[in-house]
Write a protein that binds this ligand. Structure first.
Ligand SMILES: NC(=O)C1=CN([C@@H]2O[C@H](COP(=O)(O)OP(=O)(O)OC[C@H]3O[C@@H](n4cnc5c(N)ncnc54)[C@H](O)[C@@H]3O)[C@@H](O)[C@H]2O)C=CC1
Ligand SMILES: CC(=O)C(=O)O
Ligand SMILES: [Mg+2]
Length: 549
């Protein structure tokens, strides 16, 4: 990385996590860098350090303690942290990311040890620029910025400044899964306050101790963030994570056409779900244009998914109205009808005409009734309601569709709409299931069902890498579609029990494939600003490896 940051010397080098090698500094390096006497005399290889770090993680009593242990390593030695993560992705992804990251966010102020990333406060908007300038990075030094305001973290709601840990976790996945350079990526917390009263009354809370700002002040603060990043780091991709449904969508509408940016919960989740459904189509043989989709939980993720499935049906021959007519959204008010009170603007397009449901239906019209009447081929859960896909709902669906696609996507695990094991049991193994959290394979009647992880983490790293390699001026719908199709194409659908998505252990290879598809689409659509002469090699070259310099 070219950097304006002065390279540290002596003991300061041991606190620079990007350069620190710990006991892997050789005798000669110790002499050259002023580290004589600063380390025990033995020299270990990166492999030996990784073995020790693995032992330390394994010795922790529970997953939260493992997360804390890994974050301490992250703060000490980035290469070693990423080496461990990359080599043990299946075991460690659930610790640094979903679902344990949810616990780490809730416990942030209590487990707090060291800061990481850039904390911006709405109470001091004048600090936005100096906060980024203090990184000491130049205009070509940053590829990626992940920001959250923590209003809707995973399925656990508003967690204030603890949300920093979702920006950190998402970036760890970018590096482990797609080789985005950890020194060229910045996690950001936009602290606009919190409405979480437990935090406001927690004496140890380290965030802004007031309710959430909204309206003009909020917009001006976010604009200061976007303008500053664009000015200082003109090539950076801006990733939005875990904003509330109103702000998330509005910010994407404000910036999506002007800036290289995407909202992971709306668009990343929409694309990974599209990948699942494309493979559901391959297995069931029912074409995309004939799918009937019920979305339970029509918020940020749910409507983002509806949008991408609708667009896929349009690509498969329907017009816009016909495609919308094949989507039913159910939220707290039951099935969303045009007359439903409190419809959000982004839900309105999917609200069903009341006449369709005039014949003696009790209000609200619940999920079970919708499923019984609609016979969905695809059931998506983005509601945060544990157990909402009950046995009678799933059995009803399977009574009318040979291979129902059932996607309980809410996380963490205690929010999941149904356990894949139950869905498979209730449907005699016919359901095509993927879940938002990692789930162990299910044994049923002599078949092992491997459960795909329908989490945006299987998609956004490749999307980001492709956009970075192409130096895309923006993220287009076509790039999202290319990413979804590339992920879908990587799943091996051979035989009963095969998952709908590629496996997490192959994530690095699948992210590279996704990145190539995304970069090519960016070029086709005229938004690539880098020449792409040999995109496969360019993607390989761009992938950072966790090795000491
Ligand atoms: N697997 C994945 O990649 C992703 C999963 N998600 C998950 O989806 C869930 C929702 O996340 P967001 O869309 O960001 O939140 P959100 O708050 O924007 O949306 C949740 C929606 O569910 C509705 N809901 C709540 N209780 C309900 C009930 N009893 N019945 C019907 N609807 C109800 C809410 O009114 C809201 O419209 C979370 O658990 C999150 O973890 C979100 C993004 C990605
Ligand atoms: C996975 C993710 O982005 C979420 O649950 O919010
Ligand atoms: Mg999210």
């Amino acid at each position: 990385m070219s950097s304006r940051r002065d390279d540290p010397h002596g003991r300061a080098l041991l606190t620079d996590a990007l350069r620190n090698k710990g006991v892997a500094f050789t005798r000669e390096e110790r002499e050259r860098h002023g580290l004589v006497g600063a380390l025990p005399p033995g020299v270990l290889s990166l492999e030996q350090q990784a073995r020790r770090a693995w032992e330390q993680v394994q010795a922790q009593p529970d997953d939260l303690a493992k997360n804390v242990c890994l974050e301490q390593l992250h703060d000490r030695n980035e290469v070693l942290y990423h080496r461990l993560l990359t080599e043990n992705l299946t075991e460690l992804l659930p610790i640094v990311y979903d679902p344990t990251v949810g616990q780490a966010i809730k416990r942030y102020s209590h487990e707090y040890r060291r800061p990481r990333g850039v904390y911006l406060s709405i109470d001091h908007p004048q600090d936005v620029r100096p906060a980024f300038e203090a990184l000491g990075l130049g205009p070509d030094d940053v590829d990626l910025v992940v920001a959250t305001d923590a209003e809707q973290i995973l399925g656990i709601g508003d967690w204030g400044v603890g949300g920093m840990q979702i920006s950190v976790g998402k970036l760890a996945v970018y590096t482990a899964a797609a080789g985005l350079h950890p020194g060229r990526a910045v996690p950001v917390m936009l602290d606009v306050g919190t409405d979480n009263q437990a935090l406001l009354n927690d004496p140890l809370y380290v965030g802004n101790r007031h309710s959430r700002a909204r309206g003009k002040d909020y917009d001006a603060f976010v604009a200061a963030y976007v303008d500053t990043v664009r000015d200082l780091f003109p090539h950076a991709l801006l990733h939005w994570e875990d904003f509330g449904p109103g702000n998330g969508r509005r910010l994407l509408e404000t910036y999506g056409e002007k800036v290289c940016t995407f909202n992971d919960d709306m668009q990343g989740t929409g694309a990974i779900t599209l990948a699942c459904v494309l493979n559901g189509v391959r297995v069931s043989g029912t074409p995309m244009r004939e799918q009937r989709v019920v979305v339970f939980g029509a918020g940020t993720a749910g409507v983002g998914i509806a949008d991408q499935l609708r667009d896929a049906m349009v690509r498969d021959g329907l017009d816009g109205e016909e495609a919308v007519a094949r989507v039913w959204c159910v939220d707290r008010q039951g099935l969303l009808l045009r007359s439903t009170d409190g419809l959000r603007d982004y839900q309105r397009v999917y609200a069903r005409p009341d006449e369709e449901w005039s014949g003696g239906h009790e209000r609200p019209i619940g999920l079970k009734e919708v499923v019984e009447r609609v016979h969905p081929t695809v059931l998506v859960g983005t509601s945060t309601v544990h157990g909402a896909f009950s046995e009678d709902v799933v059995r009803s669906m399977a009574g009318h569709v040979e291979r129902p696609v059932v996607l309980p996507l809410s996380n963490p695990t205690d929010r999941i709409e149904a356990l894949p094991e139950d869905v498979l049991r209730w449907t005699d193994g016919k359901a095509l299931v993927a879940a938002g959290v990692p789930v162990a394979p299910v044994e049923l009647d002599g078949t092992t069902y491997v459960i795909g992880q329908a989490n945006n983490a299987l998609l956004y790293p490749g999307l980001g890498l492709g956009a970075v390699v192409a130096r895309a001026s923006r993220i287009t719908d076509g790039m999202l579609q290319a990413a979804a199709e590339a992920v879908a194409g990587l799943a091996e659908l051979s035989g009963p029990g095969a998952p709908l998505l590629p496996q997490v252990e192959n994530l690095r290879a699948s992210s590279a494939t996704v990145a190539v598809a995304v970069a090519r689409r960016a070029a086709e659509e005229g938004v690539a600003r880098a020449p792409l002469d040999d995109v496969i090699q360019q993607v390989q070259d761009a992938m950072w490896q966790p090795e000491y310099a």
